[in-house]
Design a binder for this molecule. Structure first.
Ligand code: ADP
Length: 303
């Protein structure tokens, strides 16, 4: 569909990223509920229409493991990117250091992610370039989908300048390179495999596995230190899988098909994903409420 700002009834904010905010919205005439990402770019008209053309390929990225793209429009230098609303939010909202993602669910999530990434690569020749927990979305029907992949060179070029994140999912070979800009032509699919492995370790542990007090030390650790691993209570099969994705040598990392054929992902019995989602949302909500209560108590005592 062809969406315009006046067609939308904007609702709550769903989250904020490095470049702007994401809001829930309802498309008035069809009633479709969507998520709208607003990115402020301050680019001229030609550049914006270039980006619009590049984003068009997203209409071909139709797959159950990929967040559906509904369309994009521009208002005063801002891009409004409209996509499928995922009502359980991003993966990072479903774990914490006290409840990591259990092994069987981790396998399920990983499998879906790889199917999505493999489709992008094989069918559309797209390398994701930004695999991380906040770019994996979940809905309460148990679907796990990826979003935010690098389809528009122009858009990424405009964003890269401001991109200094405090948690890096970049593969070691990308950090070491003097030309580690988003556009480096050597960016290969194996760098995405690293980011995928790191994302999975984060889900299992419930937190980003490198220390993030100092960005430079963190990058050094990614390049020079041993790769992170799964907690000890995960099976050897799971550890072997993750270990292979986090090899320092990009050429030694497996391809998507090899990963899909790994015993970690060739399970017979589907785990109870719906139960996990409800439990995880409730646990996270409980933690949030306890946190709010402790703030209120602290305020009372300091009075
Ligand atoms: P990030 O850099 O963290 O990925 P984004 O701007 O892409 O930032 O998104 C911010 C947050 O908005 C995400 O972490 C996620 O929780 C939420 N979000 C993004 N897209 C959707 C969507 N389609 N449905 C529901 N929530 C979303």
């Amino acid at each position: 569909f062809n969406i315009k700002i006046d067609d939308l009834e904007l609702q709550d904010e769903l989250g904020r990223g490095a470049y702007g905010s994401v809001r829930k919205a309802k498309h008035r005439s069809t009633g479709v509920v969507m998520a709208i990402k607003e990115i402020r770019l301050e680019l001229d008209k030609t550049k914006l229409s270039g980006i619009a053309m590049e984003l068009d390929i997203l209409h071909r990225a139709v797959k159950p493991q990929i967040v559906e793209f509904y369309g994009a429009f521009f208002v005063e230098g801002c891009i409004f990117y409209c996509m499928e609303f995922m009502d359980a939010g991003s993966l990072d909202k479903l774990y914490s250091p006290t409840f990591g993602v259990p092994e069987k669910i981790l396998a399920f999530v990983t499998r879906n992610l790889i199917i999505g990434l493999q489709f992008l690569k094989d069918e559309l020749q797209i390398i994701h370039r930004d695999v991380k927990p906040t770019n994996v979305l979940v809905n309460r029907r148990g679907k796990v989908k990826i979003c935010d992949f690098g389809v528009s060179g122009q858009l990424e070029k405009s964003l890269a300048k401001t991109n200094i994140g405090c948690q890096s999912y970049m593969a070691p070979e990308r950090i070491q390179s003097p030309d580690s800009g988003v556009h480096a032509s050597f960016y290969t699919v194996s760098s995405d495999v690293w980011s995928l492995g790191l994302t999975m370790v984060e889900c299992a542990r419930g937190e980003y596995p490198y220390s993030f007090s100092n960005v430079l030390a963190q990058l050094q650790e990614i390049v020079k230190g041993p790769p992170p691993s799964l907690p000890s209570n995960y099976s050897d099969t799971a550890k072997d899988f993750i270990h292979s994705t986090l090899r320092k040598d990009p050429n030694a990392r497996p391809q998507y098909q090899e990963l899909l054929d790994h015993p970690f992902l060739t399970y017979d019995e589907e785990p109870d994903v719906l139960k996990w989602i409800e439990d995880a949302l409730r646990a996270k909500h409980g933690e949030w409420q306890r946190y709010q209560r402790s703030i209120r108590l602290r305020a009372v005592f300091s009075d």
